[in-house]
Design a protein around this ligand. Structure first.
Ligand code: PEP
Ligand code: CO
Length: 445
């Protein structure tokens, strides 16, 4: 394989979805600072995750990736991080218990700060300013100062990611993720909902099983800690390139700003700068595939992004929309499988199901989200291939951003607590409901 490209080479290829900075010296300075900072994750951890993604590709594990569409600096607090972790642990416990498969937990967290946008500019009341591209680039407030892309924010991403990841590591190894806390992860609010009660019943069974295990003298380490991985869309070349280091052990480049990084639907051009960057790094990587992707596109991406055809290296994250998945997905899976390309298939049932509610909010229907996951499972069952995981946008809080679900949130309820700066997220109750529904699908897969 050709050697790892320089940042200049990547830019020469032409990268989509990059901000226009007006101070090149400040940008170069920020990149230089980043290059000198310690890694946030270790190459060995990325290798472990690659093995687990490979297991998911064989049907021996299931990937659960979840978190914000876009993290924001102001919310990188202890409470928020704990809440996000807690809902993912709850979902994972439901999936593990109900489907009896190990669940690989991956947060869209500690680095998910840059967003692709459909337009470079946004106009409000006759005023046109750069679009918000995530806290990694500019501010959400609609003022010229806030919307100006600021390279200093790349360093802020590093520091916010470091502190979030530090807390996650403390929570997951320091007792909070202990299975004996399974009841404590449920909160008062959720406990009173039907799905919360369903969860309590599962938790009680797990408790009994743990007590039994303890009584016979078994108390493995796995009961007390969990492996939890970080992930984000590797969008901003300056940041991602500066955070890529040659591992001394394997002498291969790894992106050390997150365990798992993915290429978005808007930047997956075969001859584009992102694909060129991704094909060199040794992390487990994802690539989104939407309704415009052809079977040939998928195969070409598999060959380019995973030239050694390593299991676990490449995950295709499909996001067709509930009404297109059943027709759209089979040709891709068939071709990739027939050609012997190793990929793990994952469903993103969120991004193909977004629409604007009559009240102006960007939303999704819980039922559409579930229907896409069901379509994904059905397609794989019919083809004899493996549904390896799901990606959700969710939060540990009781927001009102996605309509439907057991609480029957409607379009008018969205205004109550809509906090996402980009895409609508499942709230805690909807996340748990989803976990139970997906556990059923997984049991019958
Ligand atoms: C996302 O995952 O937030 C996203 C932007 O998705 P996609 O690239 O599939 O549109
Ligand atoms: Co999103």
């Amino acid at each position: 394989m050709s050697s790892f490209p320089t940042l200049e080479q990547l830019h020469a290829i032409g990268a989509k979805q990059q901000p226009t900075y007006d101070d090149p010296a400040a940008l170069a300075g920020a990149v230089e600072r980043l290059r000198g900072l310690p890694p946030l994750v270790f190459a060995g951890e990325c290798d472990d995750l690659r093995q687990k993604v490979a297991a998911a590709g064989r049907g021996e594990a299931f990937l659960l990736q979840g978190g914000d569409c876009a993290e924001v600096f102001a919310e990188a607090t202890a409470d928020n991080t704990r809440n996000k972790l807690r809902v993912l642990l709850q979902m994972a416990v439901v999936l593990t218990y109900a489907a009896s498969v190990p669940v690989v937990k991956i947060g869209r967290l500690a680095g998910q700060y840059a967003k692709p946008r459909s337009s470079d500019m946004e106009t409000r009341d006759g005023v046109t300013l750069p679009a918000y591209r995530g806290d990694a680039v500019n501010g959400f407030d609609f003022t010229p100062e806030s919307r100006r892309p600021d390279p200093q924010r790349l360093l802020d991403v590093y520091h916010a990611s470091a502190s979030t990841l530090n807390l996650v590591r403390a929570f997951t190894t320091g007792g909070y993720a202990d299975l004996r806390q399974v009841h404590a992860w449920n909160s008062e609010f959720v406990r009173n909902s039907p799905v919360g009660q369903h969860y309590e019943a599962v938790a009680a069974e797990i408790d009994r099983a743990l007590t039994f295990m303890k009584a016979i003298g078994a108390d493995p380490d796995e009961f007390h800690r969990v492996d939890f991985y970080s992930s984000h869309e590797a969008l901003l070349l300056e940041y991602e390139h500066a955070m890529t280091r040659i591992d001394s052990r394997t002498e291969r480049p790894y992106n050390v700003s997150g365990h798992f990084v993915w290429i978005g639907e808007r930047t997956r051009q075969l001859d584009g700068a992102h694909v060129e960057y991704f094909r060199h790094i040794h992390n487990p990587i994802g690539c989104k595939l939407g309704p415009n992707a052809t079977a040939d596109d998928a195969l070409a991406l598999a060959r380019t992004l995973n030239p050694d055809n390593e299991p676990g290296r490449l995950t295709f994250i499909t996001r067709f929309g509930h009404d297109r998945i059943r027709e759209g997905l089979p040709p891709l899976v068939e071709k990739v499988t027939a050609e012997g390309a190793n990929v793990t298939w994952m469903s993103d049932p969120m991004h193909g199901n977004t629409f604007e509610a009559s009240t102006g909010f960007k939303t999704r229907r819980f039922e559409d989200v579930l229907a896409e996951v069901q379509g994904f499972f059905d397609v794989h069952r019919q083809l004899g291939t493996v549904p390896g995981g799901i990606l959700v946008e969710n939060t540990g809080d009781d927001v009102t951003e996605v309509i439907g679900g057991g609480e029957e949130l409607d379009e008018h309820g969205l205004a109550h607590r809509y906090e996402s700066v980009v895409d609508p997220r499942l709230n805690r109750v909807q996340s748990l409901e989803m976990a139970f529904k997906v556990a059923d699908m997984l049991r019958h897969a």
